[in-house]
Design a protein around this ligand. Structure first.
Ligand code: ZN
Length: 163
């Protein structure tokens, strides 16, 4: 742990690092989906998980913003798994190895999953923050986007009030 620990905003990179430790290629999204549900439970946030492993997490408005329109933050949980020919990693079972390279983050021998992991990390950071003022935030995390938006097709949008 802690390859990204020194980077700011700290919570964004902490969640990105946690996510990177969980294998999450397309069609392999149960674990990452459960990680999001655990995040929501720990914080007592309203949440929904479906059989396609999509997750919706809702955080109510902070004082003064109850009448503002809800905001939807959307990202996808799956990544494209590619690796160098000499990389021994089993991306179905192993997380990726993050490397900070100057002002870039990359992964050792594999794709990074910055698409769309950084969106997931940012959305969780917003949900985690206690120092942000915001209207109702609805985080929508879908699966299998990279192979045809299969999760989004299955998504039950009825919990959402945002437009
Ligand atoms: Zn993508």
């Amino acid at each position: 742990m802690g390859v990204l620990e020194h980077l700011q905003p700290n919570s964004v990179f902490r969640f990105f690092e946690e996510l990177s430790a969980i294998p999450h290629g397309s069609t392999n999204t149960k674990a990452v989906s459960d990680w999001c549900v655990a995040f929501a439970k720990e914080r007592n946030l309203e949440h929904y998980q479906d059989s396609a492993n999509n997750v919706i997490i809702i955080k109510e408005a902070t004082p003064g913003y109850e009448n503002a329109d809800p905001i939807i933050l959307q990202g996808h949980l799956d990544m494209v798994c590619e690796k160098a020919p000499d990389c021994p990693k089993d991306m179905e079972k192993e997380g990726i190895d993050l490397v900070v390279d100057g002002d870039r983050i990359r992964a050792k021998g594999t794709t990074l999953g910055g698409d769309n992991g950084i969106a997931v990390a940012m959305a969780l950071a917003v949900l985690d923050a206690n120092d942000l003022a915001h209207p109702r935030v609805e985080v929508v995390l879908t699966t299998d986007e990279e192979i045809g938006m299969l999760g989004a097709v299955e998504l039950d949008m009825s919990p959402l009030k945002g437009r």
